[in-house]
Design a protein around this ligand. Structure first.
Ligand code: NAP
Length: 246
C-alpha cells in the first residue's frame, strides 16, 4: 500500500476526478476526508469506501469560504489527528467571455479555484512542517497553459494555480512537496456541462489518443504525486491530457 495510514484531505471529492482519487487513495491505505457541498454524494463516496473495508469521513464545506475550510481542517484533526496529504481539487467552470464576465463571477471562480487552495495550504502547512513531511497536489488544467475564446475567468484562475503551485513549492520545502496536475478533457460532470455529445466528440477529435480521459486517469497520477514514488518531483505542473497540448 502506497499511502498506508496517511491522512488525506481531498476537496472536490464528491464527484469526478476527486471522487476517483479518493477511492484510489483509500484502497492504498489512506484515511480520506471527502469534501464538497453536496451531502448526498459525499455520503455515498464514504459509504462505498467503508463498504470495501477502508477508512473515510466527509465534511460538507464550501471551498470558497475560508471559515468553512477551517471547519474542514478542524474536523479532520478531530477525527484523525493530523494531515499528510492535501489534494486541492475543487473547481468551478465559467464560460463567460472577457467582455461579459461580471466581477462577481470572476471573484467566485477565483475563490473556489485558487483562493481555497491558498487558505487550506496555509492551514495544513504548519502541521506538515512540524512533522517534517507532507504532500500537496493541486488541480490546474490545460487551460492553465493556453487561452482561447471564452472561459476568461476559468483560464486566468488556472494560470494562477500554476503560479501558486510553484510559489508553494519554493516556500514550503524541504518538508512539503507541491505539484499540480493539468488535466485535458476528462469525462466528468464538468465536461458534460459544457455541451452534449458533439462537444465531447470535438474533444476526442482534438486529442492524439482519440479519447477523452476518465477520472481514473487523473487518480493514478494524483497517487503517484502523493506517494514517495515521486519523492524528487517538486513544483511541477504535470499535463495529463492525452497529448492535447503536445
Ligand atoms: N473535467 C475536465 O475536463 C477538467 C479539465 C481540467 C481541469 N479540471 C479541474 O478538475 C477539478 C475537478 O473537476 P471535475 O472535472 O472532476 O468536475 P466535477 O465532477 O464537476 O467535480 C467538481 C468538484 O468540485 C466541487 N466543488 C465545486 N465548487 C465547490 C465549492 N464552492 N465548494 C466545495 N466544493 C466545490 C464539487 O463538489 P460539490 O458539487 O459537492 O460542491 C465536485 O466535487 C476542477 O478543479 C476542474 O477545474 C477538469
Amino acid at each position: 500500500m502506497k499511502l498506508k495510514d496517511k491522512v488525506a484531505i481531498l476537496t472536490g471529492s464528491t464527484s469526478g476526478m476527486g471522487r476517483a482519487t479518493a477511492y484510489l487513495f483509500a484502497r492504498e491505505g489512506a484515511k480520506v476526508v471527502i469534501c464538497g457541498r453536496n451531502e448526498e454524494r459525499a455520503k455515498a463516496v464514504v459509504d462505498k469506501i467503508k463498504s470495501e473495508g477502508f477508512e473515510a469521513m466527509y465534511v460538507i464545506a464550501d471551498s470558497s469560504k475560508v471559515e468553512e475550510s477551517k471547519i474542514l481542517v478542524d474536523k479532520t484533526l478531530e477525527a484523525y489527528g493530523t494531515v499528510d496529504i492535501l489534494f486541492n481539487n475543487a473547481g468551478t467552470l465559467s464560460m463567460s467571455s472577457l467582455q461579459d464576465v461580471s466581477l462577481q463571477e470572476w471573484e467566485s471562480v477565483f475563490n473556489v479555484n485558487v483562493n481555497s487552495a491558498l487558505y487550506l495550504t496555509q492551514m495544513v502547512a504548519p502541521i506538515m512542517k512540524a512533522k517534517g513531511k507532507g504532500v500537496i497536489v493541486n488541480t490546474s488544467s490545460v487551460a492553465g497553459f493556453a487561452a482561447h475564446h471564452g472561459f476568461a475567468a476559468y483560464i486566468t484562475s488556472k494560470h494562477a494555480m500554476n503560479g501558486l503551485t510553484k510559489s508553494m513549492a519554493w516556500e514550503l520545502g524541504p518538508e512539503i512537496r507541491v505539484n499540480a496536475i493539468a488535466p485535458g478533457a476528462i469525462h466528468t460532470a464538468m465536461v458534460d456541462s459544457i455541451g452534449g455529445p458533439s462537444v465531447l466528440q470535438g474533444m476526442i477529435d482534438n486529442c492524439p489518443l482519440k479519447r477523452v480521459g476518465q477520472p481514473e486517469d487523473i487518480a493514478s497520477v494524483a497517487l503517484f504525486l502523493a506517494s514517495d514514488d515521486s519523492s524528487f518531483i517538486d513544483g511541477q505542473i504535470i499535463k495529463v491530457d492525452g497529448g492535447f497540448e503536445a
